[in-house]
Design a protein around this ligand. Structure first.
Ligand SMILES: N[C@@H](CCC(=O)N[C@@H](CS)C(=O)NCC(=O)O)C(=O)O
Length: 212
């Protein structure tokens, strides 16, 4: 299998964590999101993902899967251990609610193409773009997630789940943009715990072959 991604992509980072947890090895293909005006927008890559976004997972038979959560669902189906979504329907819905809050409500507002559009065509100053980022990552974003999770050592007690897989990359991104999250005590504790685990370490952007 080939994972098309970029070291700093939080969506690709989610998939890398899931792959590492399940012990699945893939070839990584770098799609540089900035160089050459964004390799994700080149015709060759658009044939793989018409959205022009990473990640995409190419299976050995050539099938391409896109959308990080759909890819993780696929991995969960073909390699069920360790479980990333609990069997209990209520627990599963809570895990998915956190994952979807991050993947559908926080991340899209702060994606590279959105920030570039604010700055480029709409002409906003960098301080305004930074304010946008800070606002959406915290308000109704990570501040809500802090209320939705139980906490320690993972989002939902002792069970590592899809919620942690989505949370840790988003926190990495918040730190990259120097967002103060010191008031989010549960999230900070989960970050401290998860980032020490081998699968999270292996998936970290700094450990990727294309890290800069
Ligand atoms: N919902 C998608 C989001 C994918 C996504 O937005 N990827 C970002 C990197 S984290 C990207 O490729 N951005 C390129 C751009 O904004 O031009 C998923 O979960 O896979």
């Amino acid at each position: 299998m080939k994972l098309y991604g970029y070291f700093r992509s939080t969506a690709a980072y989610r998939v890398r964590i899931a792959l590492a947890l399940k012990g699945i090895e893939v070839e990584q293909v770098r799609i540089h999101l900035v160089k050459d005006g964004g390799q994700q927008l080149k015709p060759d890559y658009l044939t793989r993902n018409p959205q022009g976004l990473v990640p995409a997972l190419e299976l050995d038979d050539g099938t391409i899967l896109t959308q990080s959560l759909a890819i993780i669902d696929y991995l969960e189906a073909v390699a069920p251990e360790p479980r990333l979504v609990p069997q209990d329907p209520t627990a599963a819905a809570k895990v998915r609610a956190v994952a979807l809050t991050i993947a559908c409500d926080i991340h899209p507002l702060n994606n590279l193409r959105v920030l570039n559009y604010l700055k480029g065509p709409l002409g906003h100053r960098q301080e305004e773009v930074d304010q946008w980022y800070r606002h959406w990552i915290l308000k109704g974003g990570l501040e809500a997630v802090e209320q939705m999770i139980e906490g320690g050592p993972f989002c939902f007690g002792d069970n590592l789940s899809l919620a942690d897989i989505c949370l840790i990359p988003q926190v990495f991104n918040a730190r990259r943009y120097k967002i103060d999250i010191s008031h989010l005590r549960k999230i900070e504790a989960i970050e401290r715990h998860c980032t020490e685990l081998p699968a999270f370490k292996a998936a970290h952007p700094a450990q990727q072959p294309d890290a800069e």
